[in-house]
Design a protein around this ligand. Structure first.
Ligand code: ATP
Ligand code: MG
Length: 564
């Protein structure tokens, strides 16, 4: 791990430090995060954000935010706003360097004309299908278009007419003249410009031809003076093309470095698929707490710190891999364990009457806010004759290893007293348990018996008279299998959505201190997990809680059993 924050921790930092030493970019390190505004960001993007902004921070450089908005059809303002909010929430700042690839449309057009003039680009009249048909395969070379050898003058004129809007969508394209038999398919005369009579969210109807991503990305990096252009592995095969454009244009040359994208178990990660989940109503919007989007994780209750830690620890590699979602949860627990206050809430209440406790008495018992951090102090929790415990903490006929409450048995109520069950009241018709009766031992106030006797279980509880009712939502994975994209089962990923991925509990009873919390407030409900007051559905004095994660750390357990 990165102990002194100076040693390189991965291959990207090695490359950068080498460049600093050789003075390749005058010692500067400038990066960018380049999302296409066609959806909300997900945890995979968080990895890229942490990497790009993190490198700029570490090497005292700058990181730009650049919207790669070359496709007018799929892009929306809503996405741009959400992306800005997510990057900021993660804790990063692009200063005054927010750019759009569309800022460079004019420049890119000039670049295209320059390549035509030099005989390095031509207008092709083949249809998209025909171009595909001419492309060849990995084992066979492509065939040259019959329009490939048009004169510079003709190309200039046709491109000009394309620009003026004289042709229909798809009628012509501008292609780079490179090599139809290159073993790299990206080099077989790739399309640079296409005709699209569509309004762009920023340039309106100014253009009816739009540059392809491949003719935009590298030049945008160059224009912005990016030194290290960090992208995911699928762009490795595009690098020769980007290099070719940069060289042909004779412009400043950034260095592209590829790393493996993050894949996470039990979810899907591409914006296209996330959009399907949203549009077809499998989830309630991009910020549904089950979504792997940054807005979904935020609403669920994840902290930006835990996501940054996660991204740092998974590191960067050259080979694709799948990270266990239990590790992300582990990072969250580790963070909240240190700083989340402990509170008491009963999700599925069972009424307990303490027969020997005075009817009208309320005691204010002292509870520790966080045993991990004494500086967080204590609070008072009201106790009275009527309390609620979890239904599942009582069994009339307990099996061997059940140590919680049962008839005749004594347990501890956290921060309160020992109680002993004396009677069970059931519904005469259904046989369902309605309430249980107990006695308490006044000498055990605070939770310990002066005679030293032990109990095997400590239960959380709330005072019935003081608690308030709230809705609590429990979440499970959106997909139960590790990799829902594995299609060996012949199913589409949408058919594999976990129907039990959310459980809404409406009769939960919470300790009174939780009533006035702000939306976004996080705490631990003792024994139940970490929870967050939903930022959308909570209202004043009426919080709705999301369970971020249960307490059981399956990741830590796996690590322990592997002796790590
Ligand atoms: P998606 O397939 O989810 O739509 P994308 O790569 O098309 O992702 P972009 O908006 O183009 O999304 O990505 C912005 C940046 O985030 C790019 O540099 C891209 O490489 C990076 N990125 C996207 N997904 C991941 C991922 N899963 N892990 C790491 N980086 C990613
Ligand atoms: Mg993309």
């Amino acid at each position: 791990m990165n102990a002194d924050n100076n040693t390189p921790v991965n291959f990207i930092e090695n490359i950068i430090e080498e460049d600093i030493q050789t003075g390749r970019y005058g010692g500067s390190v400038n990066t960018r995060f380049p999302p296409e505004p066609n959806g909300y960001l997900h945890i995979g993007h968080a990895k890229s954000i942490c990497l790009n902004f993190g490198l700029a921070n570490k090497y005292k450089g700058l990181c730009n935010l650049r919207f790669d908005d070359t496709n007018p059809i799929k892009e929306e303002e809503e996405y741009i706003e959400s992306i800005k909010e997510d990057v900021r929430w993660l804790g990063f700042d692009w200063g005054d360097r927010m750019y759009y690839a569309s800022d460079y449309f004019e420049k890119l057009h000039e670049f295209a004309v320059k390549l035509i003039r030099e005989g390095k680009a031509y207008v092709d009249d083949l249809t998209a299908d025909e171009i595909r048909g001419h492309r060849g395969t990995l084992t066979e070379p492509g065939r040259e278009s019959p329009y490939r050898n048009r004169s510079v003058e003709e190309n200039l004129e046709l491109f000009e007419r394309m620009t003026r809007g004289e042709f229909r969508d798809g009628e012509r394209v501008l292609r780079a003249k490179i090599d139809m038999s290159s073993p790299n398919l990206n080099m077989r005369d790739p399309v640079m410009y296409r005709i699209l009579h569509a309004s762009h969210h920023r340039t309106g109807d100014k253009w009816c031809i739009y540059p392809m991503y491949d003719f935009t990305h590298g030049q945008s990096d160059s224009i912005e003076g990016i030194t290290h252009s960090i992208c995911t592995l699928e762009f490795e095969d595009h690098r020769p093309l980007y290099d070719w454009f940069i060289k042909a244009l004779g412009i400043y040359h950034p260095r592209q470095i590829e790393f493996a994208r993050l894949n996470l178990t039990h979810t899907v990660m591409s914006k296209r698929r996330l959009l399907q989940l949203v549009e077809r109503g499998y989830v309630n919007g991009w910020d549904d707490p089950r979504m792997p989007t940054i807005s979904g994780l935020r609403r669920r209750g994840y902290t930006p710190e835990s996501i940054r830690t996660f991204c740092e620890r998974i590191g960067v590699a050259k080979r694709d891999s799948m990270v266990d979602s239990a590790f992300l949860e582990h990072c969250l627990r580790e963070d909240l364990n240190k700083r989340a206050p402990r509170m008491m809430a009963v999700l599925k209440p069972l009424k307990v009457i303490i027969d020997n406790y005075p009817d009208e008495l309320t005691e204010e018992l002292e509870a520790v806010n966080n045993p991990e951090d004494p500086s967080m102090g204590t609070r008072k929790v009201p106790f009275s004759k009527f309390i609620y415990i979890e239904k599942e903490d009582f069994l009339e006929d307990p099996p061997k290893k059940f140590y919680r409450l049962a008839p005749g048995r004594e347990v501890r109520l956290r921060y309160a007293y020992f109680i002993k069950c004396t009677d069970v009241v059931k519904d005469k018709v259904t046989g369902e348990i309605i309430e249980i009766h107990c006695t308490y031992d006044p000498s055990t106030r605070g939770g310990d018996a002066p005679d030293g006797r032990k109990v095997k279980a400590t239960l959380h509880w709330v005072s019935a008279r003081h608690a308030f009712n709230a809705e609590v939502r429990l979440y499970d994975h959106l997909f139960l299998m590790d990799n829902p994209m594995d299609d060996r089962d012949g199913l589409d990923f949408l058919e594999k959505v976990n129907p039990g991925s959310v459980e809404k509990l409406i009769s939960c009873m919470l300790e009174p201190a939780l009533k006035e919390v702000e939306p976004g407030y996080r705490c631990q409900f003792e024994r139940l997990g970490y929870f967050c007051a939903d930022i959308v559905d909570s209202s004043e004095n009426n919080p709705v809680f999301n369970r971020i994660v249960p307490l059981k750390d399956t990741w830590a357990k796996v690590q322990k059993s592997q002796g790590q």
